[in-house]
Ligand binder design. Structure first.
Ligand SMILES: Cc1cc2nc3c(=O)[nH]c(=O)nc-3n(C[C@H](O)[C@H](O)[C@H](O)COP(=O)(O)O)c2cc1C
Length: 270
């Protein structure tokens, strides 16, 4: 996390922690095309063991967003503890393992909303059906949406050595990186179109141009994971610099000026 800040990240979203630490099968991550496949679940370390690291990030002076999961009881308990012990700028909660029906997802949002005062962000999984209905209904509980989590389950292996590549069942994993960017853009645009809360775009961003696409699709912020794993933490500063150069070259004062540009043009054309 410190390396990401040194590399130019404007804020940190920490690894998801839950009440029970995960036990991930090995290997957990594999390169796949221009991206990654992973079978990590959530952190194998406890939330309590992260407290010192969270406080160190706060001392760096950048926004800290902690990430938690999964059940209503889990997020209520962890949310209260983290708000009291760390006072992060926001709490992101992962819906990745909560299932696909909307009511349980909304229950988690409500439980966290009733447990903490600080902003809460709902991380949306691409397999959620009825994304627009979810966004409309969850908007009364959450302060922002984060879209999207990795896509899958997916499979990849080498034809010269066609064996298991990940430690998970059937070697299935979650896909991230450039291949999922169009799916992420579609979901960001859907959430931004149907409700007023900010949307944070994530999925395959590796350049300033990629980030600009997300702002034009309605995002107010972006996150980057896979590109930093593959290219190193300096990717954060490089993306921000590229964006600034592009905006200046096109006569825009800030990213705010291009937010939703694509959606506006779409509406004008319809
Ligand atoms: C190795 C790895 C671990 C991840 N762990 C988490 C996690 O703990 N919680 C979470 O919400 N998303 C997790 N993600 C998903 C990313 O936060 C992000 O939503 C997704 O990978 C798409 O963005 P990207 O293409 O920039 O990586 C993980 C992704 C990768 C590659």
């Amino acid at each position: 996390m410190i390396a990401a800040i040194r590399g130019g990240a404007g804020g940190i979203v920490a690894k998801t922690v839950s009440v029970i630490p995960a036990k991930d099968p090995r290997p957990t991550i594999r390169k796949c095309g221009a991206g990654l496949l992973n079978c990590e679940t959530w952190s194998e370390a406890s939330a309590e063991s992260f407290l010192d690291a969270y406080r160190a990030i706060k001392r760096e002076g950048v926004p800290l967003i902690v990430s938690i999961g999964y059940s209503p009881d889990d997020v209520a308990r962890l949310g209260k503890m983290l708000e009291r012990e760390v006072a992060p700028d926001a709490i992101e909660f992962s819906t990745h393992y909560v299932g696909k029906s909307l009511d349980p997802l909304l229950e988690v949002a409500r439980a966290l909303r009733e447990s903490v005062q600080i902003p809460i962000w709902m991380k949306v999984s691409p397999s959620t059906p009825n994304i627009e209905e979810l966004a409309i209904r969850a908007a009364s509980y959450v302060d922002a949406f984060v879209a999207i989590n990795s896509v899958g389950p997916a499979l990849d292996f080498d034809i010269e050595t066609p064996h298991a590549t990940l430690g998970s069942n059937n070697s299935f994993g979650w896909l991230s990186g450039p291949a999922i960017r169009p799916i992420a853009l579609r979901i960001v645009s859907q959430i931004a179109s149907v409700q007023p809360k900010p949307v944070i775009g994530v999925g395959g961003i590796a350049s300033g141009a990629d980030a600009i696409q997300f702002f034009m699709a309605g995002a107010s912020l972006v996150q980057v994971c896979t590109a930093a794993i593959l290219k190193g933490a300096s990717v954060y500063g490089a993306i921000a610099d590229d964006m600034k150069t592009w905006l200046e070259k096109h006569g825009y004062a800030s990213a705010e000026d291009i937010r939703g540009l694509f959606l506006k043009n779409l509406n004008n054309a319809n």
